[in-house]
Design a protein around this ligand. Structure first.
Ligand code: 13P
Length: 252
């Protein structure tokens, strides 16, 4: 049995007051989360400490950051390191989101540095891959995703790879309301698992692969019913506790 995970990526949304309220609402609805499903909230950096305080000793939900630096420490103005994240009870970090790749120039080379630092500080990376619309329309999507995997995850030691979570986020589905069909998601997730098995063998059977891109309460159950879809990475719908909890409750 693979882990089931629903992770919320808040992106650059919520003031601290709004963020605390959202965490409180999630905490009070945790009885809607089926046993065995891990809920993760990736808040903005500024919210991690207060969120950790509200969550206290609970293992579920867990906290994630949305990024970390590709350097250990030092004169890197404005950056937040993996060790700083670990020191505020953060257990996961989203890396390689398409918005980071597109707007902040993050390359696979930089992402490999970040992943290694995250792992060195016991943070589990949620590594995002996915193609843009033009790449899908020209049938390049498998090639694009395989190079993202090859240049980053396939460079890790097997012991490190075991801790990685993959998120398939077709860029054309992010924030557009246009979700991949569950057939498209399953096809790509199975491809990702087979590709990773080429390097890591049986270990890839245990890798959670999440789907992201306009996932909402109305389509989550259908997506999560597919054998290689192990959960979701949720943007917009994670900003409403009710929707986020409904998505988490969508596992059969
Ligand atoms: P939406 O759910 O808003 O499409 O965003 C998906 C996403 O980018 C999660 O990382």
């Amino acid at each position: 049995m693979r882990e089931k995970i629903v992770a919320g990526n808040w992106k650059m949304n919520t003031t601290i007051g709004e963020g605390k309220k959202l965490i409180e609402d999630i905490l009070s609805g945790m009885d809607r989360v089926p046993a065995g499903v891990t809920l993760i909230t990736a808040t903005p950096f500024t919210h991690l400490c207060p969120a950790a305080h509200l969550i206290g000793d609970r293992r579920n939900p867990a906290l994630a950051a949305q990024n970390c630096a590709n350097r250990e420490s030092g004169a890197f103005t404005g950056e937040v390191s993996a060790s700083m994240l670990a020191s505020v009870s953060c257990r996961y970090v989203i890396l390689g989101h398409s918005e980071r790749r597109e707007y902040y120039g993050e390359t696979n080379e930089i992402l490999l540095e970040k992943i290694k630092l995250a792992l060195a500080h016991s943070l589990r990376p949620i590594f995002c891959v996915g193609e843009v619309l033009q790449e899908r329309e020209t049938n390049m999507h498998f090639q694009v995703v395989s190079s993202q995997l090859r240049e980053v995850l396939c460079q890790l030691d097997p012991e490190d790879f075991k801790k990685v979570i993959v998120a398939y986020e077709p860029v054309w589905a992010i924030g557009t309301g246009k979700t991949a069909t569950s057939e498209q998601a399953q096809e790509m997730h199975a491809f990702i698992r087979a590709f990773l098995a080429g390097t890591f063998g049986e270990l890839a059977q245990s890798t959670p692969i999440l789907y992201g891109g306009s996932c909402k309460p109305s389509n989550a159950a259908e997506l999560f019913s597919r054998p290689d879809v192990d959960g979701g990475l949720i943007g917009g719908a994670s900003l409403k506790a009710d929707d986020f909890l409904a998505i988490a409750g969508s596992f059969a």
